[in-house]
Ligand binder design. Sequence first.
Ligand code: NAP
Length: 307
Amino acid sequence: MAHVYDRIALIGLGLIASSMAHAIRKFDLAGSIAGYARSSETRETVREIGFCDEVCETAPEVVRGADLVVLCTPVGVMGDVVDEIGPCLEPGATLSEVGSVKMAVIEAVVPRLPSGVHFVPTHPVAGTEMSGPSSGFAELFEGRWCLFTPLPGTSPEAVERLRSLWRRMGALIDDMDPERHDMVLAVTSHVPHLIAYTMVGVADDLRRVSNAEVVQYSAAGFRDFTRIAASDPTMWRDVFMNNQKATLEILGRFSEELSVLQRAIRGGDGELLHEHFSRTRSIRRGIIEAGQDTGLPDFGRSHGIED
Ligand code: NAP
């Protein structure tokens, strides 16, 4: 099958960009891949791993001759990066990005966009707690959703071409309004991360439980929180700084719900707790039925520890 793009430029070379590069190579989706990251250390690592055909020393250099440019940096710097690369983007090229937040990124990028460039925001809802150029793998997007939030007036051909790239990397595609995206992701990803960060911090602060005991007896619940709370601090700082409205809305609802459960525990209302836990159990079943997680006990770990 023909390549989808002649030359793809990736800016920011961490988990998402390296996974894209591996998948683009595996499925032969582009003539060449060029990459740029901020630090010389990351650029050197990428040269050693070899998932880019060319690693450039500057952002303007990497976008020259590219018919697709994908911003794979933390969301907070995307506007600045577009300022840097704008004058060097090829007329007719597509500029995309993979940020976990959409409204703030669109607001930052659109006013800086040179005319004749198609801007198509996306969000691959796939990841791990690992970051950096060594953490990527070609299968990351297989069977995962890649959400498109195309703006009115964008060339349908440019959007369809990018859809084809993601489809051929194994992703499932859906379209979403950017504001709705930020609310849905606040519920399914952003606030759960904040809760994990909070819970791990609480355990760490507890003087009566030493660190050694927390680690030694970490049963599935806490252990799963620690996995999520090990995610990249820069990326997650930027997510909350750029999705304030939706995350604060969901946190408000979370606090209300937590107070109800707190009152039930204090008042000995076992019936309420049981009802609530039964409802949430069925949500887990729904996720498994939708093929978005394994149905194996303890996520399929070989030595599950009892809670
Ligand atoms: P990552 O592994 O931490 O990599 C980020 C990369 O961006 C690094 O190579 C970093 O370079 C580079 N960078 C930072 N500031 C830069 C700048 N000003 N100019 C050029 N490069 C810069 O991050 P990631 O997990 O791949 O996430 C990338 C994007 O994807 C984020 O917007 C995130 O919200 C989104 N996303 C992440 C996930 C996930 O689960 N991780 C899932 C979906 C979407 P240095 O190494 O030199 O610092």
